[in-house]
Design a protein around this ligand. Structure first.
Ligand SMILES: Cc1cc2nc3c(=O)[nH]c(=O)nc-3n(C[C@H](O)[C@H](O)[C@H](O)COP(=O)(O)OP(=O)(O)OC[C@H]3O[C@@H](n4cnc5c(N)ncnc54)[C@H](O)[C@@H]3O)c2cc1C
Length: 298
């Protein structure tokens, strides 16, 4: 299938890439791993006059520790995120989300930046990052700004990025003591399938008391959803099966699913309940395990 005609640009710095994008305007697309862009070009879903490859920009690579938290460069592949020890200890939910994506080939090519910037409602790494309180660090080549992970995707395939802005990295804050996270997703088959629903949870506990909770839902709304009703049930409550059940039911009311090929509205709400229950139990287990060993998540 012919991919179409376009000019190909290979800037080596963020400043060059941002100014090229501003100069070339709407018809210019950034290219990271290309696992969304190339199929879209082949299917003529997006007209492109220019592709601006990000591959030569070293500033977009690598995972590093910063101020007790971590920064994950936008060009980091899902395969790298899945196995990196810093990601595992700071935000296990994100390791698990990255390792659930596609198959080996997709994970080795597709990037975390592309997963966020595609703005697809069923993308797996944004909800997992919300559970860890992440922010997107965005540059226009001259300065940077931060966007809360929950505000980054604003509508299906639309993000808070302005023309000429690039997502530089995902910044995950220092992990609070006695905290644990979990990412759960349900697919219609084991491999190479998109989520029918996904749930990511972050819990901060002191003994049985829940001091802080984050619950994010994927694939059950136009954007990743912060499950406010569910969080309301959890915060300052005691971590019991009854509270987790109530929070799981509340998450189903937070969801805004649609009926499509992968499931109906009612089915998706039921799946959200099941996944939230599982995620809460795993996050609590990880928080307690971390408290016992004095280490990060496993
Ligand atoms: C077979 C298959 C299976 C898949 N399975 C899953 C799955 O299970 N879960 C899932 O979440 N996704 C899945 N995907 C979707 C896709 O692989 C991911 O969304 C991937 O992370 C996109 O990353 P990329 O580097 O390939 O992005 P690209 O295709 O290069 O870019 C995607 C979009 O982001 C923009 N962009 C990329 N990087 C930046 C940046 N740093 N700054 C600004 N804009 C940028 C591009 O212009 C484009 O609009 C699958 C795809 C395929 C083909």
């Amino acid at each position: 299938m012919h991919i179409g005609d376009f000019a190909f640009h290979r800037p080596t710095t963020l400043a060059q890439a941002c100014s090229l994008s501003r100069e070339l305007g709407e018809g210019a697309l950034f290219l990271a791993g290309g696992t969304d862009v190339v199929p879209d070009l082949k299917r003529r879903l997006r007209p492109a006059t220019d592709l601006i490859s990000l591959a030569q920009i070293e500033e977009l690579r690598g995972i590093r520790e910063v101020d007790g938290g971590i920064e994950i460069g936008a060009l980091t592949t899902h395969a790298e995120v899945a196995v990196h020890p810093l990601v595992r200890t700071h935000l296990a939910a994100l390791s698990d989300a990255a390792s659930s994506i596609g198959g080996h080939q997709v994970r080795s090519q597709a990037t975390i930046g592309g997963n966020w910037c595609g703005g697809v409602p069923c993308a797996d790494t944004p909800p997992a990052s919300i559970a860890g309180g992440a922010v997107a660090v965005v540059t226009n080549g001259e300065g940077e700004r931060e966007i809360d992970a929950a505000a980054f995707i604003t509508a299906p395939r639309v993000t808070a990025l302005n023309t000429g802005e690039i997502l530089r990295c995902i910044r995950i804050p220092a992990r609070p003591a006695h905290s644990g996270t979990s990412f759960q997703r349900f697919t219609l088959r084991k491999g190479l399938a998109l989520a029918v629903a996904s749930v990511a949870v972050g819990l901060e506990v002191e003994g049985d008391r829940i001091n802080g909770a984050r619950v994010a839902l994927g694939a059950v709304g136009p954007t990743p959803i912060v499950a406010k009703a569910s969080i309301g049930v959890l915060e300052k409550a005691t971590a019991t099966d009854e509270v987790f059940e109530e929070a799981a039911r509340a998450a189903a009311t937070d969801a805004q699913p649609i009926t499509d090929l992968r499931g109906s509205v009612d089915y998706r709400r039921e799946i959200v309940t099941v996944l939230t229950r599982r995620a809460l139990r795993q996050a609590l287990g990880r928080a307690r395990e971390g408290a016992m060993t004095g280490g990060g998540e496993r």
